[in-house]
Design a protein around this ligand. Structure first.
Ligand code: CO
Length: 183
């Protein structure tokens, strides 16, 4: 029996490492299915709306997302943005790996993403909402070792926490997870 998954916290190196793609055999494997299910339950427990594999210590291109659009949890393997709107929007983001830190991040408003599902089939998802588009972009960044704080024009909350982490300190966290834009 393995331990239940937990969220890897900043500034762990795995969050800075580009993840490898999954092979077709791996997409279809029981191990991947189990990992996805555990990531979905962890995401819900943590009140997040997205979680990428490196955030649970797996350096692979897999993410789970629930954009609260009635579609439930989606599992995206090897996702790639194939289209992005010219129009961009700046929104406040947070991340389960940086609890308490928020910042304004500019990204394309709407995107289309290609990915593989756990049946090994390629899917094209035209993200119909700005929220879903944003989560997918945040999670793909995770799989490239990029964090929202790298893109943030301005840190709106938790500047002190971020500085403590960057100095190698382990700040005491007493912050309940808010429920939006925590991915
Ligand atoms: Co995140």
């Amino acid at each position: 029996m393995s331990l239940p998954l937990s969220v890897v916290m900043y500034p762990n190196n795995i969050l800075r490492t580009a993840c490898r793609a999954l092979s077709k055999d791996e997409m279809l494997s029981k191990k991947t299915r189990k990992l996805s299910q555990e990531m979905v339950s962890l995401m819900y427990r943590a009140k997040g709306i997205g979680l990428a594999a490196p955030q649970v210590g797996a350096s692979i291109r897999l993410t789970v997302i629930d954009a609260e659009d009635g579609e439930g949890a989606r599992v995206l393997v090897n996702p790639e943005i194939v289209k992005a709107s010219y129009k961009k929007e700046t929104i406040e983001e947070g991340c389960l790996s940086l609890p308490g830190v928020f910042g304004m991040v500019k990204r394309p408003l709407l995107i289309t993403v290609a990915f593989w599902d756990l049946e090994g089939k390629k899917q094209i998802l035209k993200c119909s909402s700005p929220l879903l588009s944003r989560i997918v972009q945040h999670e793909i960044d995770h799989m490239d070792g990029v964090l929202f704080v790298d893109r943030a024009k301005r840190i709106t909350k938790g500047k002190k926490l971020l500085a403590q982490w960057d100095r190698g300190e382990t700040p005491l966290l007493d912050i309940p997870y808010p429920s939006t834009y925590i991915v």
